[in-house]
Design a protein around this ligand. Sequence first.
Ligand SMILES: NC(=O)c1ccc[n+]([C@@H]2O[C@H](COP(=O)([O-])OP(=O)(O)OC[C@H]3O[C@@H](n4cnc5c(N)ncnc54)[C@H](OP(=O)(O)O)[C@@H]3O)[C@@H](O)[C@H]2O)c1
Length: 367
Amino acid sequence: MKDNYKVGIIGATGMVGQRFITLLHDHPWYTIEVLAASPRSAGKTYKEAVGAKWAMDEEIPKSVEDMIVMNATDDVDKIAGMVDFVFCAVDMKKDEIKALEERYAKAECPVVSNNSAHRHTEDVPMIIPEINPEHLEIIPSQRERLGTKRGFIAVKSNCSLQSYLPAMAVVNAKYPIDHALVTTYQAISGAGKTFNTWPEMVDNLIPYIGGEEMKSEVEPNKVLGKVEGNKIVPSDALSIECQTYRVPVSNGHTAAIFFSFKDRENIPSVEEIENMWREYKGVPQQLELPHAPKQFIYVYTEAEAPDQPQIKTAREIDGGMAISCGRLRKSTQYDYKMVSMSHNTLRGAAGGAVLLAELLTAKGYMD
Ligand SMILES: NC(=O)c1ccc[n+]([C@@H]2O[C@H](COP(=O)([O-])OP(=O)(O)OC[C@H]3O[C@@H](n4cnc5c(N)ncnc54)[C@H](OP(=O)(O)O)[C@@H]3O)[C@@H](O)[C@H]2O)c1
């Protein structure tokens, strides 16, 4: 590992890009070297380009406000020559994002992506760092396909998944889960919006988020899959059905989950499941990565805190990088039901990508 890595943020003016800036401007390993966005923003100072779209609680960091925004699509080779790797979170058509990320990778610039475009590319790892860090082993195969020495693409999963899949995956590793019914209650920042830019969401609920139910049903099986040869083979063991709602919450996705185990003779108790969550430590905790939450999964018991996890109590725990679970109890139609939540633009988006980059850096993939 080097002492310091220069990073670029592609899509720096967007909701996720702004989060990257707040997480990276004082990062112990990384220095923000490049900010890039659409041709509309290119050539302006960051402060001018982001303007009233700045949606973070804190001010724009002084170190970036006068940086000149580069053109994310025209300046690929120039940017690749200035940084060690880029974070990417852009609002473009899926095929355009796929092509753009491959251009950066082929210019020998690793890409840590928040976009969904490459999530189903067989040799692109989709990582929740605590759950499937071993999928990074696919990177040499991807480099071979791309014809690169350094360049590759690694992605994080959909933001809503991070609110419930970690809790299920930890239990699933010891007691395989057969099927689950999930309903997600997703914050408006997940659509890149605030209440100022989406006033219709005040006092409202929309029972539809385009494409999101499919992501919640399909992506978990890639995360729970295995590297076999030059691809990641999704698991076919866990069946999830999902319904998604957009709710009037600024930040924080919540999920209500009903689930049943495969082995009808060997069902863990509530206490055993809660202890598995409390005691779980993934590779990020073992390596003490800068953005690893000290405790990955926080537990609210039904007896002590039946009204938790609430958005306002739980979303900022451990810098918004922890997952919170509660209300685990017997179900009449499934084995158990429960609630879990996480911060969608921290753990679910920019924070999850920064933690993934830290894992990649610690494992030598950024050198
Ligand atoms: N928000 C979340 O919680 C969340 C969670 C997980 C994943 N994501 C994913 O992250 C990505 C970004 O989401 P967001 O919410 O940050 O979107 P956003 O707020 O709409 O920001 C979009 C960014 O993309 C840039 N952009 C748009 N068109 C471009 C073009 N033709 N060339 C280059 N850059 C272009 C924009 O630049 P200008 O300002 O110059 O237009 C802006 O920087 C999406 O793929 C989204 O699905 C979001």
